[in-house]
Design a protein around this ligand. Sequence first.
Ligand code: ADP
Length: 727
Amino acid sequence: MSPDSSKLKKRNLSVGISALILLITITVMSLAFLAVNQRRGSDFSYTITGAVNLNYWRETTGTPVTIKSGWEFYPNRLLTPEMIRISRLESSNVRYPYYKGVTITSDGWLDLGEKAELYSFGEDVKKMSRFGVGTYRIELVLNKSVDYVTLNIPDIAQSATIWVNGKAVRHYGTVSDSKEFYEPSQVCTDIQLVPIDGRIEIVIDCANYSSPYGGILYSPCIASTATIGMIEYSVRMYLTVLCAFWVFFAIGGNYIAKTFNGKTKLYFFLLMFLADILYEILSPMVTILPGNWNKLIMITLMIFANYWSFLFFLSLYPKGTTKLFDKLRFFEITIFSMLTCCYLLTFWCFPSLLYLPSSVVANMVLILITNIYNVFRVLYMSKHYEHGKYLYMSSALLTVAMHFSFFVRHQYFVYITLHAFLLIFLAIGFTLYFVKDYVQTYEKLEDNNRNLESAVEEKTKYITRVNQDLLHNHERLLENEEARKKVMSNVSHDLRTPITAIRGYIELMLNAKEPLSREQEVQYLSNMHTRSVQMEQLISDLVQLTRMESENDTIEKMPISIKEMVQDLFQLYHAECEGTKKVMHFHAPEDDDLLIDGDPKKLLRVFENIIVNAMKYTREDGVIDITCHRYEDPAMLGGNAVEVLIKDNGVGIPANEVPYVFDRFYRAENSGINKTGSGLGLSIVKSIMDKHGGKIWAESEEGKGSEFHIVFKASEYTFDEEPEDEE
Ligand code: ADP
């Protein structure tokens, strides 16, 4: 495996694991939220118009409920503690003077809208803001087994008095007439409410006679003390899971982002994402700092997140992409930086503004402008800058969703659940987008890798083959060199022998002290003649062999009757045998000419050589059989072959030497010193046979004789057809 492909595999594995962990986390989270979001409340019943929303965190008996639309709301001045008490004394069916036509907002607060009509008292307070200044009343009927429940108010501003069953149980803050002075917001926890006959009447009087700001900022929550711990536990668990989710998302995203250029940008974006989660989750739940500080940190985070998103989308595009944004670049940075500074300065210098509804509107405007600008930038740029356009667009929309979730002010448990689902779905979408792109890129890489691997494999095979060829050629060259040396030494030896003999006779004749007799002269000259014939034969053999083996030597094929050719030779050598004890036989089919395609001169050399050898290597009374026939083996030369078999009962060839008889200068051990020969004949024969596409082999047993098989591919036509050809 190449290091690159192993890296790729490792990365793939990490991505796989991250994705798996992400999936498991999402599933577990979804199930957890589904499980805790069951409506199974049975602890409270309704006593007043509207419903106590028995909705969240309902696991066991006595688990907490948050009170939303079940509250009756009374503008402050109209409901005094005395009135409550008196009313209760007068009648169990409490009736207070109140506004008619009051509607309940989606937040659960009463809204004195245009239709609201003051029923019986003065007209000082006509309308209530979403901030809960006023008096709230709720009457609960509890399960008899519940000894007491606990009231928690997450955020209450200025001053408030809490009445339970007609008794003031707690008082918070001070009342001020000055608009400029506000009590910091506070968390009221663990207010014990003991039911009388299973009933609890709670009145929260958020007294503020001069300003409409303050009061209950988040809906109160009622729970038994035991379950308060559970709420905290659940919330902590939720936070942990969410953080884990974020971490896995970051890890998964990080691995996936490695295939993209914008890794740093992804980190940046994730940071924003984290900031938002922390802001959204922690802000209403964890009061680290008292009052304004808490709110200030929250708003600062929000303004920063907004500014980050602006910088993020600005950084996505390089300079010079479009003229419009190149020109705007300086101004937009200046304007957005200044806006951010202004907002931050304003809130830090005048924290009281945090309690004004107009601040909410102002924040919303800032966020709206930033997000519209971000989306516009992405839309405009994606026409000019194709890279990552879907990623950028989905990021922009995700940011819009995130920012506007700041303003979703549901009672916070609902808020967490809904928000968590929103985040999860956005995260899944976002991750899927990355994974899709990653997978595509990965597949491309994998493809290229595979192609490269197969190309390398092919090349390696090719190189190995070439290498083997080279090695083989090298061996052959070495062998040839060896053979050449051997040939040279053989040739020089075989040439020197007759020359030495001839020189010997010449010297004998020259140095003779007495004149030689005629017989002696004839004897010497005839010996010299024999030796020179021997030399001539050797030289001609050498020439022929060299020619045969050269590429230029072509054979001229024509139809030949093997039977006729061998028969002619038989007659010649049969005649030679006459007067000796040697016998020669010839066998051939009568009705078959045994036609082949060949070069007659060269084939003559083949048969002659084998016949002469047969005569040479047999004893005085040797028997030589020459047979011509069709070769009946279908595996031989396409099943249509003709054979000439020359058989003798001579000296034979030792079994271990048979394979070498066709080698140059090879002469078997037993060939005898008295038998003249160059050892070239059979190699000439072999090369002629090779050129004809024929086969030749020897079978022999030492002392018993030898068989030489000469096989050719038979010709397609017969002599009868030949005249037609000649025409
Ligand atoms: P040479 O000129 O020595 O005959 P050839 O190439 O014709 O050379 O033959 C090579 C060798 O093969 C011979 O030296 C001989 O030892 C052996 N040989 C060839 N034909 C026969 C045969 N019919 N019987 C026994 N030995 C043979």
